[in-house]
Design a protein around this ligand. Structure first.
Ligand code: GLP
Length: 266
């Protein structure tokens, strides 16, 4: 059940829309409806821009449900989807290979690539094993920019307000680069590493705020009470380097889908 839908006039222009959901399943259905619609349009476009995807626990139920939905498409449409698929992920750990069970690359293959029989080459994720990760970051950024940025960017929110792996402090003009991960982010993501913080890599390659802001539309998904503080600051405080997500205020088409726990904090 949707608890509330607030538009940008009531929100002093940011975000473009905010929908609040009582139940996480309903939120998932809503974003899956949006993604399905976007993917359906893309299959008939000759020069469709890529879509921007994210990883993380917030995205897992979304991808599971999206796969179910897409599998119900006619074969003809599904084949067209496979041919037209072109996505760029936000980030990857430095030092983890595509086949490493904990890499974001592997997560994408597990949740989308394999179930939809997509060519791994069209699910682009930075190469965490590149000989020079800085060169990889630069090439990854160039590849997105050459295509004019993404049509949509799906985003999760870090407990410390990061998007992608843009850790605070971070500026609006930051570009795709190698970053050192904060202690809190490594703790937050330790679930992939059998809960062991020490196994979480120290560095990652992430799109910067500037590439994220190039997307035509942004969908920020925020679930759970642990995200309440960051979401609250994003909604009510001005942009600052201490809350990387707050640079989203510079974008005119940010749609936030949140559950009640993230909004109310309990
Ligand atoms: C992670 C990732 C982000 C993700 C965010 C939220 O560290 N780098 O891309 O969206 O933090 O993660 P989760 O959905 O697991 O809470």
């Amino acid at each position: 059940m949707r608890v509330n839908e607030i538009n940008s006039n009531e929100l002093n222009k940011f975000p473009y829309s905010l929908s609040i959901w009582e139940d996480q399943n309903d939120l998932v259905d809503s974003i899956v409806n949006i993604l399905e619609g976007i993917l359906r349009i893309r299959i008939s476009e000759s020069a469709a821009k890529p879509i921007g995807l994210a990883t993380g626990r917030t995205m897992e139920p979304i991808y599971l449900s999206l796969v179910e939905r897409l599998k119900s498409w006619e074969d003809l449409e599904l084949n067209a989807l496979r041919k037209s698929w072109h996505s760029f992920n936000l980030d990857e750990y430095v030092g983890l290979s595509r086949n490493d069970a904990n890499s974001f690359n592997n997560q994408m293959l597990h949740f989308l690539g394999k179930p939809l029989s997509l060519d791994p080459k069209v699910i682009r994720v930075p190469n965490g094993m590149a000989e020079d990760p800085w060169v990889e970051a630069c090439e990854y950024s160039n590849a997105i920019n050459k295509l004019g940025g993404c049509s949509i960017q799906l985003l999760g929110l870090g407990i410390n307000g990061h998007i992608g792996f843009n850790e605070p402090p971070c500026y609006a003009d930051s570009i795709c680069r190698v970053v050192k991960l904060s202690k809190s982010t490594r703790e937050q993501n330790a679930f992939l590493f059998r809960g062991n913080n020490r196994d979480v890599p120290q560095e990652a390659i992430t799109l910067g705020i500037s590439e994220i802001l190039k997307a035509e539309k942004i969908y920020l998904i925020v679930t759970g009470s642990s995200k309440h503080k960051a979401l609250n600051e994003l909604l009510y405080l001005p942009s600052s380097k201490y809350l990387p997500a707050s640079w989203l205020r510079l974008h005119k088409q940010v749609n936030i889908l949140a559950d009640r726990k993230a909004i109310e904090g309990n």
